[in-house]
Design a protein around this ligand. Structure first.
Ligand code: PHE
Length: 339
């Protein structure tokens, strides 16, 4: 009977090494090790042996079972290796890898992200408002009289119902104060503004603005100046000179334009106009009170400052870009330079 076992072992060993594929391997496993397999039936014969012979038989049986299992695993591994080798045929592993195309942020997004990050660290929270606005939010509430040039059909896109595409993000000042539940209000609002301009190197029909508003009980010019000077030091580098030039906006009093002294690529150092700002005009607070129906923003109780800047312009200056239109043309040769 031990002879029978040896016979099974021999034929199994011979066969295992030449099994052609996984299916044949599985079939082989069933034939030898399965419930009705050769080894299982051999084991059933153990009861016919004299008790004294059984341990030796059992031991042999176990040896052969593990030998066949090992042979199966070995064959499986070599089949797998052969398959890998077939798959790799024709591949030259010494070739440099093919690079995956990788996108990057648009230069405007990069400049805007940096400006927003900087102001958020200074305590400003993000706010937003709609691009389609009422005349009231865009002009009236911002103390802009009906005959103001900005309100003309030739400057502003109006819809038939009287609404318009906002001409600046200052609308978000009003929207934020309308819905605020307490003081202080300290927000920035990045967003698109629209003007009916002839398109050229420095004008477009839509552009990105970054608005800021800080309202509390005692906000003054020193706060405005300190905040914006610190901001432009971060954006243009510490030591950058900043000056405030008297100006006029209907919704701030006093109002200023901010210039920074810059050495831009390929040009001599010069003052560059970069933002508008001022202390919120009491008439704006009065309009907000009227709209809210309470006096949280009563002009006798609160003061504030606001500022607004063109992000496109900021980016043009930072990167020395001569033509605004490049931002919208999606020419990868241009965009790739900022990747
Ligand atoms: N809204 C002004 C503009 O578009 C900029 C500005 C914002 C000025 C806030 C003062 C205060 O030109």
């Amino acid at each position: 009977m031990l002879e029978d076992l040896e016979q099974i072992h021999r034929s199994a060993s011979n066969e295992a090494a030449s099994l052609p594929d996984e299916t044949a391997l599985e079939d082989f496993r069933v034939r030898y090790l399965g419930k009705k397999g050769a080894l299982t039936s051999a084991a059933a014969q153990m009861k016919d042996l004299a008790p004294a012979d059984r341990p030796a038989f059992g031991q042999k049986l176990n040896e052969i079972r593990s030998a066949i299992s090992a042979a199966i695993e070995e064959r499986r591994a070599s089949l797998l290796a052969a398959r890998d080798a077939r798959a790799a045929r024709g591949i030259d592993p010494t070739l440099p890898a093919r690079s995956l195309p990788q996108g990057s942020l648009h230069p405007l997004s990069q400049v805007l992200d940096r400006a927003v990050d900087t102001l958020r660290r200074m305590g400003f929270a993000l706010a937003e408002g709609p691009e389609i606005e009422t005349e009231w939010h865009c002009f009236d509430a911002l103390n802009t009289p009906p005959d103001h040039p900005a309100r003309k059909e030739s400057d502003t896109y109006y819809f038939p119902g009287g609404n318009l595409l906002r001409t600046h993000t200052s609308t978000v000042q009003i929207r934020t104060m309308e819905s605020a539940s307490s003081l202080p209000v300290r927000i920035i609002a990045p967003g698109t503004a629209f003007r009916r301009d002839e398109i050229d190197e420095t004008h477009s029909i839509s552009f990105t603005q970054l608005e800021g508003l800080f309202v509390d009980r005692e906000v003054g010019l020193a706060d405005l100046k300190g905040t914006l000077e610190a901001f432009f030091q971060v954006i243009f580098g510490s030591g950058t000179e900043v000056r405030f030039r008297p100006h006029f906006f209907p919704f701030t009093e006093p109002s200023f334009e901010i210039d920074v002294k810059l050495k831009t690529v390929g040009r001599a150092e010069r003052w560059v106009e970069i933002a508008g700002c001022g202390l919120v005009d009491p008439a704006v607070f009065a309009a907000v009170c009227q709209s809210r129906g309470d006096d949280l923003f009563h002009p006798d109780r609160v003061t504030g400052f606001a500022f607004g800047m063109g992000v496109d312009r900021l980016a043009m200056i930072q990167y020395g870009i001569p033509d605004l239109r490049l931002f919208n043309e999606n020419d990868v040769r241009f965009l790739r330079q900022f990747a």
